[in-house]
Design a protein around this ligand. Structure first.
Ligand code: HEC
Length: 143
């Protein structure tokens, strides 16, 4: 039993950082009542969706709108593993916010490159903390 609990504890951050399918997470949720999405994981999912919409706007030459302040929560949202918020995390999150903001001030012919720079900042941080979602994040890149 003790071994099992240890396994769960160490398994959690890995689970949240793997490319686990939603259904599997849901199933895991039902089985282990302990598992919950962290505030940061939820924010990341929201950032993903918002940038998917933004990508389509850029591809279709539509107005990109404005930077969303909710992204700033990256500086405070609670992580599954609070130790992940180290110096390197802070540097990457600042760079990410700057690159995300720059999309909204980029000119029409720079906006696609600026969007891809932002996506690469997501990937860069993920290479240091959370490898699982990288293939999914790379799908955001505009070819
Ligand atoms: C500063 C580092 C950093 C940046 C920048 C970053 N991430 Fe993350 N991301 C993380 C960490 C750490 C986690 C794990 C969060 C947790 O489990 O609490 C994560 C988790 C995720 C997840 C998985 C959430 C889940 O379902 O468990 C996705 C998807 C994701 N990020 C997408 C993105 C996207 C898209 C971007 C850019 C728009 C981005 N991330 C930018 C560090 C970062």
């Amino acid at each position: 039993m003790k071994k099992f609990i240890v396994l769960i504890l160490f398994g959690l951050p890995i689970l949240s950082c793997n490319s686990v399918k939603k259904e599997e997470v849901k199933k895991a949720n039902e089985e282990l009542v302990m598992y919950q999405f962290s505030e940061m994981a939820l924010l990341m999912e929201e950032m993903y969706k918002t940038n998917e919409v933004l990508k389509n706007k850029i591809i279709n030459n539509e107005d990109v709108g404005e930077f969303s302040d909710k992204f700033l929560n990256i500086h405070s949202a609670i992580l599954t593993d609070p130790k992940d918020r180290n110096d390197s995390f802070e540097i990457f999150s600042k760079a990410f916010i700057e690159n995300q903001q720059a999309i909204f001030s980029a000119s029409q012919n720079e906006v696609k490159d600026q969007f891809n720079i932002m996506v690469n900042t997501c990937v860069a941080c993920h290479k240091t903390t959370c490898l699982g979602p990288i293939p999914r994040i790379e799908k955001l890149l505009i070819k």
